[in-house]
Structures are given as structure tokens and as C-alpha cells.
Design a protein around this ligand. Structure first.
Ligand code: NAP
Length: 274
């Protein structure tokens, strides 16, 4: 059976709609192997963060893969302790160094928390963009209220908001806000950290297509124009998720998932803005 190619993955404003997440892929050698496997399979979007402790492994995987740097969409995130302007600059330099690249395609504010000061933090992100060290500015875990403030400061430069989003947490209000304001949504924990496999409505649809519940969740997101970054370590999982690009849901299946009507948040630290 042939796998989708990188050209089969839709893009939105240059960002591939399906990427590889790397949270908790902490062993540098394993992380490098997962990233290399994904890139050589066709993935072109890799998501990491300073706090994951694996930027070095991600960089090694990129270097080892038979794919040019400029063909890869690489994103990392500045941790909440590093959001004072001088720390944004210094920690990003450190990230570039660990990743072994001259720029990242997208740099996120990981959470609007601790050292986050909208004016000061975002000005430092703007400077990094002007210096060519980051291509786009993103935010993560922002609610409409924080997005509005960021837009007042950055205007159209708020490229994406990365948030938890999956069939058990459909984020209706945030989706509407981002649609209205032309902000891309990137869905983290798109498999509900593994819980999609326990939802009978999703496994029934999966069975009908001889697919997995992971693929059903990822196809549902893709058809909504939402980017997804499932984390997978083994080649089997990386490949299973990639094959979601070949899965098209029927209107009735799409509607059945929309109607699940759950609010089941998996990532909920005490410093979250909600
Ligand atoms: P996820 O992608 O929803 O689920 C990952 C889990 O599902 C892992 O245990 C993985 O196992 C398993 N898995 C993956 N593909 C599978 C498949 N096809 N079949 C069976 N099991 C499968 O959860 P996540 O890691 O929380 O989210 C994804 C990424 O989003 C993260 O890695 C990170 O890059 C990002 N994220 C960002 C934030 C933020 O605050 N911005 C927060 C959370 C996550 P294996 O590893 O064994 O393959």
C-alpha cells in the first residue's frame, strides 16, 4: 500500500496541515529517529518547544533526514520563564543553536503566563522576525481575550494560535474568533492524548473505513481546515497518522462527530488563562 506524499498534505499559508508533535519524546536519540522517520515518510511540519527538552534531538533528526531544511516547517515555543524581552532573544538563540538551524518557521509564546507581558514580550518576537530568525509569530493557549490584546500590538502578525482541540474538545468559540480574525488554529493533543480510541462513535466510523480512530480524528480536523500535530514515536504510529490524509469522512460522519458535544480538556495547568 502506498503512503501519501508530502504533496498530498494540504497547506494553509505555507504551513502543512498535518505535522509531528514531540512532547514527551524526551530521549534525544529516539526523538531524532522519530523526526527522521516522519520527514522521510513525507511529513514537513515538526512541532517542539523549549520545555520539551528535545530541541537537540529534533535538530539531529532534521540533519539526518534526506529532506532539505527549506522544505521543512519547523516550530518551537518560548517557555513562560523566558518571556521577558531579553530572555525571549537569548532563549531563542539557544533554541536555534540546539535545533541546528538559522531560523524557525514559527515561534510561539507557549502560554500567556508568568513572565508574559503583552507589549514587551511581543515586541521582542517582532524584533526576532525583523532579524530573520523567525518567519512567523504564533501564540499558544490564548483565549479570545488574550488574542485581542496580541492583535492590538501585532496587527496581522498573529499567525496562529496553538490550542488543545479534538472531537472531545471542539473549541467552538475560539474557532469562530480565529476564523473571523484570520488566525490559523493548530490543534494540539489532536488524539485527546490517546482517548479517541475509547470513544465508540469514533471507533465505529473507523471500523467502517478500515481505519483507526486516530485517523478519524485527524481527518475531522483536516476537513475543518485546522492544522494537527499528533505526537507519535514509533514508525507504526507515525505512519498510521500520516495515512489520515487518505481518509475522507462522509457528511453524516462529520456531523456525528460534531454532535459528540463533550468538553473534555486533557491539558489544564494552574497557570492556564481559562
Ligand atoms: P496526542 O498527539 O493527542 O496523543 C499522543 C499519544 O497518542 C501518544 O501516547 C502516542 O503514543 C499515541 N499515538 C499517536 N499516534 C497513535 C496511533 N496512530 N495509534 C495509537 N496511538 C497513537 O497528544 P499530545 O502529545 O499531547 O499532543 C500532540 C503534540 O501537541 C505534542 O506532542 C506537542 O508537540 C503539542 N502540544 C502542545 C501543547 C501546548 O501547550 N502548546 C500542549 C500539549 C501538546 P506514541 O508516542 O507511543 O506513538
Amino acid at each position: 500500500m502506498s503512503l501519501p506524499t508530502s504533496d498530498d498534505c494540504p497547506r494553509t499559508d505555507g504551513m502543512p496541515l498535518l505535522g509531528l508533535g514531540t512532547w514527551e519524546n524526551e530521549d534525544q536519540a529516539q526523538c531524532a529517529e522519530s523526526v527522521k522517520t516522519a520527514l522521510e515518510m513525507g511529513y514537513r511540519h515538526i512541532d517542539t518547544a523549549q520545555i520539551y527538552g528535545n530541541e537537540e534531538g529534533v535538530g539531529r533528526g532534521i540533519a539526518q533526514a534526506d529532506v532539505s531544511r527549506e522544505d521543512i516547517f519547523l516550530a518551537t515555543k518560548v517557555w513562560i520563564d523566558e518571556l521577558a524581552p531579553e530572555d525571549v532573544k537569548a532563549s531563542t538563540e539557544e533554541s536555534l543553536d540546539k535545533l541546528g538551524v538559522d531560523y524557525v518557521d514559527l515561534l510561539y509564546v507557549h502560554w500567556p503566563a508568568r513572565e508574559y507581558d503583552p507589549e514587551a514580550t511581543l515586541a521582542a518576537f517582532e524584533e526576532l522576525k525583523e532579524e530573520g530568525k523567525i518567519r512567523r509569530i504564533g501564540v499558544s493557549n490564548f483565549e479570545p481575550e488574550q488574542l485581542e490584546t496580541a492583535q492590538e500590538i501585532l496587527g496581522d502578525d498573529v499567525f496562529a494560535n496553538q490550542v488543545e482541540l479534538h472531537p472531545l474538545l471542539p473549541q467552538h468559540d475560539l474557532r469562530e474568533y480565529c476564523d473571523d480574525n484570520d488566525i490559523e488554529l493548530v490543534a494540539y493533543s489532536p488524539l485527546a492524548r490517546g482517548d479517541v480510541f475509547d470513544v465508540p462513535e469514533l471507533t465505529a466510523i473507523a471500523d467502517d473505513h478500515d481505519a483507526s480512530a486516530a485517523q478519524v480524528s485527524l481527518a475531522w480536523l483536516r476537513e475543518k481546515g485546522i492544522t494537527a500535530i499528533p505526537k507519535a514515536t514509533s514508525e507504526a504510529h507515525i505512519s498510521d497518522n500520516w495515512q489520515s490524509l487518505d481518509l475522507d469522512l462522509t457528511d453524516a460522519e462529520f456531523a456525528a462527530i460534531d454532535e459528540l458535544n463533550q468538553t473534555d480538556r486533557k491539558v489544564d495547568p494552574s497557570f492556564a488563562p481559562w
